[in-house]
Ligand binder design. Structure first.
Ligand SMILES: [Zn+2]
Length: 195
């Protein structure tokens, strides 16, 4: 499975993106069609580094994907853009933490919180009802269906008169969606699904 991974045994304290070869080859074949190797011809020239590979998958680190990113709002946009030549959709993904602690170990091993996680803890409590992961996922799908323009218009209509700021010009879709309250997300879904 493709995914953001923390696995101290394999990668130290680095955040990596494990990319499933068949999946990313399919993305590349569909969108780029140059017929070359997506890792060496696109990912590496874009600044990604292969830190490990095996049959069927490669573990990558790179700018915008695992480096200089807000770990609470990870997306595969950077790799997607490098490999397909098209902008990503801001699909949010979470980090899978693989704990290979010895089964016999008496003391449970806990992952060291990252700087981003510590910062999140220091932040004052977010509003009580943020959009659920399900809503964010569904809205992300809807962006792809209705197009960015209709989505942005609906977003700004829904947040008008609330404490939620309108969509920022350079803001990634994933970030904008994460700012929604549960109620606003519901309204936005209704607006986009409607006729
Ligand atoms: Zn290509």
């Amino acid at each position: 499975m493709s995914g953001f991974t923390r696995d101290t045994k394999r990668y130290g304290d680095r955040l990596v993106y494990e990319a499933l070869g068949s999946k990313w080859r399919r993305y590349h074949d569909t969108h780029c069609r140059c017929g070359l190797n997506w890792v060496t011809e696109h990912a590496e020239p874009a600044g990604f580094t292969v830190v490990r590979s095996d049959t069927g998958w490669v573990a990558l680190i790179g700018p915008g994907q695992t480096e200089d990113v807000d770990e609470s709002a990870l997306t595969t946009d950077a790799l997607w853009e490098a490999v397909t030549g098209k902008p990503g959709l801001g699909w949010p993904e979470s980090v899978r933490v693989i704990d290979r602690g010895e089964a016999s170990s008496a003391i449970p091993q806990r992952p060291v919180p990252s700087a981003a996680a510590k910062q999140r803890e220091r932040r004052p409590a977010a509003e009580p009802w943020p959009a659920t992961d399900k809503q964010v996922k569904y809205l992300t799908t809807l962006v792809g269906k209705v197009g960015r323009e209709r989505f942005d218009t609906a977003f700004n209509v829904v947040v008008h008169g609330t404490e939620i700021a309108p969509r920022g010009a350079d803001e990634r879709t994933g970030q904008a969606l994460r700012r929604l309250t549960r109620a606003a997300a519901r309204k936005l879904i209704t607006a986009l699904v409607g006729p």
